[in-house]
Design a protein around this ligand. Structure first.
Ligand code: C2E
Ligand code: MG
Ligand code: MG
Length: 642
């Protein structure tokens, strides 16, 4: 406007001057003042008078336009002032914003920080001055340095934007995670990068924790099943690709862990698992091996880069040695053995789970061979597994198909040699296999939970049977019923016994519950509580297979029991085995002091009987007298006896 105004004036002056010179050569001087208030007076001729008039008119117009120009200038000035004020305000707002935010905000150009807000300094630990001498990758963690370099190069194109979660290294050497966004803009014709970075370290830590928890066992910190299977999967792929090296999975379980846990408490049990895991991860084993905990006392170990599958046997032996050393936990010295199953990679495997399954199968086989054993999986075990699965499925139908039967093995008084009671023992008449031993199917029923309905059926059959003997005038013998761990822990057990007794109208004094020593010890308080409730209604309890568990004789006085049954394994070695005779004598002495009756199980010879009688054993059960008999055979014996 200003330029335009001046040009306009100059134009007018030129027009005026050219017209003046054109009108008369005699004009020698024209006074034309620049302050526009002056008037030009040209003496003489008419034309000059006219011209003077015209010039005056033009000058008046000029004056007018000058005034307007001034007004416009003033307005412009006001507007500029207003704009400047607005700009200043906007800038201070922007400053307040960038300075108060917790996000780092910075302007970056040609690998240098042009501007950094206080949060940038706070997050990075570097001062503004220090940052001005640095570039972004000086701050970036090596894990992300290349990515950031590449992305910055790419985004230098106008309007390029990228967002990335990256790790920074602060001046203090700490690692901080930031959510980094960079946008490219043009400033004064130059490309610059506007960057923001939000500190997400806490969120990342929480995410890492969640991720860690999802793949690790909380108690031992070892990888869990998920992570283990992932790693087995990778080893599996490598083994498929490179035939010169193979891998193996070791499945390990601590023998008798449950008893230790139940008798010494869960705190000691947990400590034992932690210590065992430390031994398994100690330098003893190669770094490439992965040890994981599947749960409970089950550990698995992945062995990779095996040149020879037999190497894994060596590792297994070392594991057993290491875990076999005593554990000292809160003043308790604990000795523990391990059962180990091994599966080495086979090309026939389609899925890593198959390796774990086979190692597990081999471990079960090792366990059945006794404590501290290991077993290498071989395909014949598949057949065993198939048989086991078939047994399980057949067992499910056995009740409805009425394939079970209860036999009664008489128990005689060693004094009178008369039948005073009997133990009920289940039999399974399998449609194709014939008679299946309870030793085979009770553990399967126990594992699958089928023992609960089976046990219910046994209890009902026994109560009805005994009641009918009593009703038909036979001697009022008592009968014992075996309860397995799962049955005894079943919440409905007390109710079931009460209802069954009521239904059959059998007096509880004619029923004896048998639970093994290890079942009784599993949860001492619970066992005592249940026994006491049932004793109140008149039921008695016997501890079965006594001497096979690990409990000491001192536990005998803790249980509200009436009878102790000495296990057949001791009776079998009578009368010459010193160990067995010593154990039986000790049990007799203590039990008699506690007013408990003693039954010797599995008496087969006169010599065994003679020894037991010499020790005042109260009752005898064994093939020497009777095998387990069908109800109708027992009733005949009772009639004869009467
Ligand atoms: P148990 O309760 O210790 O039963 C005694 C076992 O010893 C019976 O084996 C019996 O037949 C056997 N036996 C008795 N005297 C002799 C002998 O002189 N020589 C030999 N060689 N054996 C003798 P069975 O009937 O095979 O039962 C084995 C185990 O199965 C039982 O051991 C018990 O733990 C379990 N069982 C049997 N019936 C039931 C049941 O109805 N419920 C539950 N939960 N378990 C049962
Ligand atoms: Mg028994
Ligand atoms: Mg027994």
């Amino acid at each position: 406007m200003r330029h335009a105004g001046q040009c306009f004036c100059i134009l007018l002056e030129k027009q005026v001057l050219s017209r003046l010179s054109h009108l008369s050569d005699s004009v020698s001087y024209i006074g034309l003042k620049r302050d526009h208030s002056a008037r030009v007076s040209i003496p003489g001729k008419d034309e000059l008078g006219n011209l003077s008039h015209e010039i005056n008119r033009m000058l008046a117009a000029l004056e007018q336009s000058e005034l307007e120009l001034q007004k416009a200038r003033n307005e412009l000035e006001i507007r500029v002032q207003e704009r400047t004020a607005a700009l200043t305000e906007s800038e201070s707002r922007f400053r307040a914003l960038t300075e108060s935010t917790s996000s780092a905000i910075f302007i970056y150009q040609q690998n240098k920080f042009l501007y950094v807000n206080p949060a940038t300094q706070k997050i990075t630990g570097y001062s503004e001055f220090e940052l001005q001498g640095m570039n972004i990758w000086d701050l970036t963690h090596p894990d992300h340095r290349e990515t950031i370099k590449q992305r910055i190069q790419i985004q230098q194109k106008p309007r390029g934007v990228f967002r990335e979660e990256v790790k920074l290294i602060t001046k203090q050497g700490e690692i901080r995670w930031v959510d980094f966004t960079a946008a490219s803009i043009e400033l004064a014709g130059q490309p610059v990068m506007l960057g923001t970075a939000f500190d997400i370290t806490d969120r990342k830590k929480a995410e890492d924790r969640l991720l860690y928890d999802a793949f690790h066992d909380a108690l031992t910190g070892l990888p869990n099943r998920n992570l283990f299977m992932e790693l087995v999967g990778r080893a599996f792929e490598r083994a498929k690709r490179y035939t010169d090296k193979t891998c193996a999975v070791i499945f390990m379980d601590l023998d008798n862990f449950k008893q230790i846990n139940d008798s010494l408490g869960h705190t000691i049990g947990d400590k034992l698992l932690i210590e065992a895991s430390k031994r398994l991860t100690s330098k003893q084993f190669r770094a490439a091996d992965t040890v994981a905990r599947l749960g409970g006392d089950e550990f698995v170990i992945l062995i990779e880069d095996l040149q020879n599958p037999s190497q894994v046997i060596h590792v297994s032996k070392r594991i057993q040695q290491e875990i076999g050393k005593p554990f000292n936990l809160d003043g308790h010295e604990i000795f523990i053995t391990t059962a180990i199953g091994i599966a080495t990679f086979e090309n026939s495997y389609n899925h890593p789970e198959e390796m774990l399954r086979d190692a597990d199968t081999a471990m079960y086989r090792a366990k059945s061979n006794g404590k501290g054993q290991f077993m290498l999986f071989d395909s014949s075990m598949h057949a065993d597994v198939a048989i086991r699965l078939k047994l399980e499925s057949d067992l499910r139908h056995a009740i409805e198909n009425q394939e079970f039967k209860v036999l009664f093995q008489p128990i005689i008084s060693s004094e009178t040699r008369k039948i005073i009671g009997a133990e009920s023992l289940i039999r399974w008449s399998h449609p194709t296999r014939g008679m299946v031993s309870p030793v085979e199917f009770i553990p399967v029923a126990e594992e699958t939970g089928l023992i609960v309905p089976i046990g219910e059926w046994v209890l009902q059959s026994v109560c009805q049977q005994v009641k009918s003997w009593h009703d038909t005038g036979n001697s009022k013998i008592w009968v014992s019923v075996n309860f397995s761990a799962r049955q005894f822990r079943d919440k409905n057990l007390v109710m079931l016994i009460k209802q069954t007794l009521a239904k059959s109208s059998l007096s509880p004094i004619h029923l004896v519950g048998e639970i093994t020593e290890s079942v009784a010890m599993q949860d001492l308080d619970y066992t005592i509580k249940v026994m006491n409730i049932l004793r109140e209604i008149g039921l008695r309890f016997a501890i079965d297979d006594f001497g096979t568990g690990y409990s000491s004789l001192s536990y005998l006085n803790k249980f509200p029991i009436s009878t102790v049954k000495i296990d057949r394994s001791f009776v079998k070695k009578l009368p010459n085995d010193l160990n067995s005779t010593a154990i039986i004598s000790a049990i007799m002495t203590i039990a008699h002091k506690l007013n408990l009756k003693i039954v010797a199980e599995g008496v087969e010879t006169e010599e065994q009987l003679a020894f037991l009688q010499s020790q005042q054993c109260d009752e005898i059960q064994g093939f020497l007298f009777y095998k387990p008999l069908p109800a109708e055979d027992l009733v005949k014996l009772l009639q004869k006896q009467a």
